[in-house]
Ligand binder design. Structure first.
Ligand SMILES: Nc1ncnc2c1ncn2[C@@H]1O[C@H](COP(=O)(O)OP(=O)(O)OP(=O)(O)O)[C@@H](O)[C@H]1O
Ligand SMILES: [Mg+2]
Length: 582
């Protein structure tokens, strides 16, 4: 409850005013039948008082009551909506912030589809519940209790009927709701699966089409969709009994009351107005009870959603900087050191992705990393901005363990152009300003020049204002890579990491990027991962990697002398015969 109070407190007036307005409605609902009963009773006792004046007075009172009730109803609905919508918006905001703090591993654990469902559908379930709760929580029990009291006062002996029917009805409903809860949890899981499928398909629609997999994907979607349908039907199948059970008890009780009460009227123990009033009370009691059960049904669904929301809110990212001791420190030099670092993605798997890596890179140096695919290059550089944490050993930046920095300061100082990179929908300038949202137009075009992007951007009719599609699909692969590099350069990081970021750029343009890096980014440490020897051969030092280990370190000429693997890669890329074979 403490958790939810955070979302209730700022809107407490709405949370209070909503139910209060509903109470006005409740009072009206009880007063109305009472007025009717008064009229009948007076008329029964003395038909001569039933003058138009008397009837008009009663009618006038009834109309005023109805207007007051209406105002209460409108107020209740308005404040209820305001409270629940704000409650949901704040909750979504917190969930989103939480998800932003997640590491890759945590996002993988939930799956992106499931996180989307939790942020949207689950929050909406909760919002609907809060709305309903505010409107019904006081209203229905209020009406029920008032009507119950009046019924007992009117005819205590007839109330025995209610004493039997109400517990029976509650018991039946309790069983339904208990069965419904687990089924609703399952429905949410199926919505996760559906979201996952849709998201994967639409994000990768180009691949789907190029492999002509539309039919296969449609079948896959249909399966997930029908799975969701079946599960939802399963839940509904239980809930479907709710209405008939309510109606059954309502009519059974009314018949019993009319039967017993009618006998009493015949033998003269009870008058017609009391019986009419009593039947009215019974209808109100049972329909309120029905509303309460509806509320319980929504609560069963909301509970399942609340549980899933709490799972996200309770996940504390393993990559947190809570215990960091030097949160104020920023990366100022760009010196990097690995001390006996080992790393695995799956902690239960003994096989290491990186084993016992040690090296030191002085500030401002250019380092090349080369090695076969899957040897651990991306994994190695991921440890520097703490995208993952090392399992053993230490990663130091400027002589301080990366865990001691605040994540923000650490990542602010390190610019990584990831291997699997993406751009976002928006203009080119907006995308580049991810690096620095206050950069001037001159600064933007300067980094674009360094990344050899300025020329092609200016060749577009709208230049820097050209709109990019989601993922940057309306520029070529090489153009996208250059924009990603420019975006990172705008951060002016002390450490720049290019993970295979020029693989789609032609060699002449790549050479120009290298020259710009060498001449203009002298103060930054540069790490360049590449498949082509040409991309790294001018580096101050080159690491050769194999099977998660660094098997050679040196300059291009040193490695050619001392490292057979490097020599082999070099020859395969320069020897015309091997090139042909390739
Ligand atoms: N997110 C991940 N979860 C689990 N295993 C991973 C993950 N990323 C990579 N791996 C595994 O870790 C190993 C090293 O991968 P890594 O991406 O570091 O290689 P790489 O040298 O960058 O390869 P490439 O040249 O193809 O980019 C591989 O065996 C890969 O299957
Ligand atoms: Mg890689």
């Amino acid at each position: 409850m403490k958790r939810w109070m955070k979302y209730i407190r700022p809107y407490l007036p709405y949370f209070i005013l909503g139910p209060l307005c509903m109470i006005v409605e409740v009072i009206g609902e009880v007063v109305m039948p009472k007025l009717l009963s008064v009229m009948i009773k007076r008329g029964e006792a003395n038909p001569s008082i039933l003058t138009p004046g008397f009837a008009l007075t009663i009618m006038g009172i009834m109309i005023v009551t109805a207007l007051i009730m209406m105002a209460g109803g409108i107020g209740g609905a308005y404040f209820g909506a305001k409270a629940s919508v704000n409650f949901a918006a704040d909750l979504r905001k917190d969930l989103y912030t939480k998800v932003q703090s997640f590491s890759f591993a945590e996002i993988d654990r939930f799956s992106t589809g499931s996180l989307v469902t939790r942020l949207t559908n689950d929050v909406t379930q909760l919002q609907n519940f809060v709305n309903m709760l505010l409107r019904m929580a006081l209203r229905s029990p209020g009406i029920m209790i008032c009507a119950l009291i009046m019924a007992i006062f009117t005819r205590p002996s007839l109330s025995v009927v209610l004493a039997v029917s109400m517990p029976c009805m509650l018991l039946a409903i309790f069983f339904i709701i208990r069965k419904g809860f687990s089924r609703f949890s399952r429905v949410q899981t199926k919505i996760d699966a559906l979201n996952n499928t849709v998201q994967e398909n639409i994000t990768n629609v180009r691949v789907v089409k190029s492999f002509v997999r539309e039919d296969f994907e449609t079948v896959k979607f249909q399966n997930t969709n029908s799975d969701l349908k079946q599960t939802a039907m399963g839940a509904m199948r239980v809930m479907i009994f709710m209405q008939p059970i309510n109606t059954f008890f309502m009519y059974a009780t009314t018949i019993a009351v009319l039967w017993i009460g009618g006998k009493s009227v015949v033998i003269g123990g009870m008058n017609v107005s009391d019986l009419t009033f009593f039947v009215n009370c019974v209808t109100q009691i049972l329909s309120s009870l029905m509303m309460i059960t509806m509320l319980l049904m929504t609560s069963s669904r909301a509970l399942a959603s609340a549980k899933r929301i709490c799972e996200v809110l309770d996940t504390n990212s393993v990559l947190s900087d809570e215990n960091a001791t030097q949160k104020q420190k920023a990366v100022t030099k760009g010196e990097i050191e690995f001390k006996n670092v080992s790393f695995r993605y799956y902690k239960e798997n003994p096989e290491e992705v990186l084993s016992d890596i040690s090296f030191k890179i002085p500030a401002g140096a250019t380092v090349g990393i080369i090695g076969s695919t899957g040897c651990g290059k991306t994994s190695l550089i991921s440890l520097i901005p703490r995208l993952y944490d090392a399992d053993e050993g230490e990663v130091l930046v400027d002589g301080v363990n990366v865990k001691e920095y605040s994540l923000e300061n650490l990542r602010e100082g390190i610019g990584v152009v990831l291997q699997k990179n993406t751009l976002f929908s928006g203009t080119i300038a907006e995308n580049l300003r991810w690096g620095d949202d206050e950069a001037t137009d001159e600064e933007v075009s300067r980094v674009a020049e360094q990344a050899q992007a300025d020329k092609f951007v200016r060749s577009f009719p709208q230049g820097y204002e050209t709109m990019l599609d989601q993922g940057g699909t309306n520029v070529s692969g090489g153009q996208k890579q250059r924009l990603c590099i420019a975006r990172t350069l705008l951060k002016k990081p002390k450490i720049i990491i290019l993970d295979d970021s020029t693989s789609a750029v032609d060699t002449a343009t790549e050479a120009q990027i290298r020259r710009a890096f060498r001449e203009e980014l002298t103060a930054s440490t540069k790490i360049i991962i590449a498949q082509r020897i040409g991309s790294v051969k001018d580096a101050d030092i080159i690491f050769v990697m194999n099977g998660g280990r660094i098997t050679g370190m040196g300059t291009h000429s040193e490695l050619l002398e001392s490292n057979a693997e490097y020599k082999e890669i070099f020859e395969s890329q320069t020897d015309p015969k091997s090139a042909e074979e390739r």
